[in-house]
Write a protein that binds this ligand. Structure first.
Ligand SMILES: [Zn+2]
Length: 217
């Protein structure tokens, strides 16, 4: 059951047209934003293994067929599924540090590279190129052995792409201190400060407006 890496990267890097960095998100940043810090007051989106697997499916990082297989395995091996969730949260915590501080500190980048390589190194499988039924081609990764082991591959590959493509300087945390969301700044001038203009950006604008009004009085 192949994992479609290309699907995972549809909102990601490989097929990017030449030109300025597009204002798109990255899979690994979406993954970081599932944590409790970014989701308050809702809490951690990955509250159990099923939530983790569903997130991967919705993100296109696992196809439905493989997800069904993993779900069956999780019922038979609940301890392995629980361990996979613990590991996913560990990777997520490491990637949060990379997203928030990676552009500032080489040490942080080195630690993240170790973590990325830890995940890549334990995942045995075969990379393939396959023709799609609806036309075109797709890169796939067929895990061998542990069904759970390959799950984190698209996430860490997305983070690896950010490092390889020298995009890390454009990855940062939202400027609103109450918001912990991380994002990729795809603007031309690279001055984007908020995770989302509709929420945090608007709040900041309203606060500036209130401050001006008070000053004029
Ligand atoms: Zn924000």
């Amino acid at each position: 059951m192949p994992v479609s890496l290309s699907d995972a990267r549809r909102a990601d890097s490989r097929d990017r047209p030449p030109g300025p960095v597009p204002p798109r998100t990255r899979l690994w940043l979406d993954f970081v934003n599932t944590d409790a810090a970014a989701q308050t007051p809702g809490g951690d989106l990955l509250r159990d293994f099923e939530a983790l697997l569903s997130w991967f499916q919705e993100a296109g990082a696992v196809d439905d067929e493989r997800a069904a297989g993993i779900r069956r395995r999780a019922l038979l091996q609940p301890a392995a599924a629980a361990a996979t969730l613990v590991d996913a949260r560990r990777v997520r915590a490491a990637l949060r540090v990379l997203a928030e501080k990676g552009h500032l500190t080489e040490r942080v980048r080195d630690d993240a590279v170790l973590e990325i390589n830890r995940v890549l190194g334990r995942s045995a499988g075969t990379r393939r190129l396959e023709a799609r039924a609806e036309g075109g081609y797709v890169r796939t990764f067929v895990p061998t052995g542990d069904a759970f082991a390959g799950l984190m591959i698209p996430i860490v590959e997305s983070a690896a792409d950010t490092l390889v493509n020298a995009e890390l300087a454009r990855v940062r945390r939202c400027a609103d201190p109450r918001c912990h969301r991380v994002f990729l700044d795809g603007t031309k001038n690279g001055l984007r400060r908020w995770c989302d203009m509709g929420t945090c950006g608007n709040r900041a604008k309203a606060a500036r407006h209130r401050a001006r009004t008070v000053t004029r009085r």
